[in-house]
Design a protein. Structure first.
Length: 159
C-alpha cells in the first residue's frame, strides 16, 4: 500500500556519511519535532536527478529555509558512498542531507519502490517529494514521468 498525505512516516533508518565515516540515522533523528522537505530520486548521478532534481533544491535553499523548513533531505536507493560522492559532485555542502536507502527498505515501506530492472537498475525508489511535519506527511507529490511534480519549485510553492 502506498503512503499518502496525512499518514505518519514509518520508522526506518538511513546511512549518511559522517566525519568519521558512514553512520546510521533514524527517521526519529530526522523528522521528530521538525519540518522537513524530503525528496527521492531513482538514482544518484542519473541525468534528470543530477541536472534538475537535486539542483532545484540546492539552488532554492534560502527560499525553502525561509518557509520554516528545518531540513532538506534527499534519499535514493544507493549506498552511502555513492550518495556522499554525488553530494560532493553537486556542491550540496550542508544544504541537503544525503540519505542512503541502500537496500530500498524505506522506499518499500512507503510503497514507492520502482522496478528499474529493464534498465539494469534493479529495485529503486520512485521520484517523489514530500513536506513532513513532526513525522506526518503534509504534502506528497509522486512523479509519474514529470520531474516538475517533485522539484523544489512545485513542492515548496516557489513557482
Amino acid at each position: 500500500m502506498t503512503i499518502k498525505q496525512g499518514d505518519k512516516l514509518p520508522a526506518g533508518t538511513f546511512k549518511v556519511m559522517g566525519a568519521e565515516g558512514p553512520k546510521e540515522v533514524s527517521t526519529d533523528d530526522i523528522f521528530k519535532g521538525k519540518k522537513v522537505v524530503l525528496f527521492s530520486v531513482p538514482g544518484a548521478f542519473t541525468p534528470t536527478c543530477s541536472k534538475q532534481h537535486l539542483p532545484s533544491y540546492v539552488n532554492n535553499f534560502d527560499k525553502i529555509k525561509a518557509q520554516g523548513v528545518d531540513t532538506i533531505a534527499c534519499t535514493a536507493v544507493n549506498d552511502v558512498f555513492v550518495m556522499d560522492a554525488w553530494g560532493k559532485s553537486q556542491n550540496v555542502g550542508e544544504k541537503v542531507l544525503m540519505l542512503a536507502d541502500g537496500n530500498g527498505e524505506f522506499a518499500k515501506k512507503l510503497g514507492l519502490e520502482l522496478d528499474g530492472s529493464k534498465f539494469g537498475l534493479g529495485t529503486r525508489g520512485k521520484r517523489w517529494s514530500m513536506v513532513v511535519t513532526d513525522g506526518t506527511i503534509e504534502k506528497l507529490s509522486v512523479d509519474e514521468g514529470k520531474y516538475e511534480l517533485s522539484g523544489a519549485e512545485a513542492t515548496c510553492g516557489l513557482n
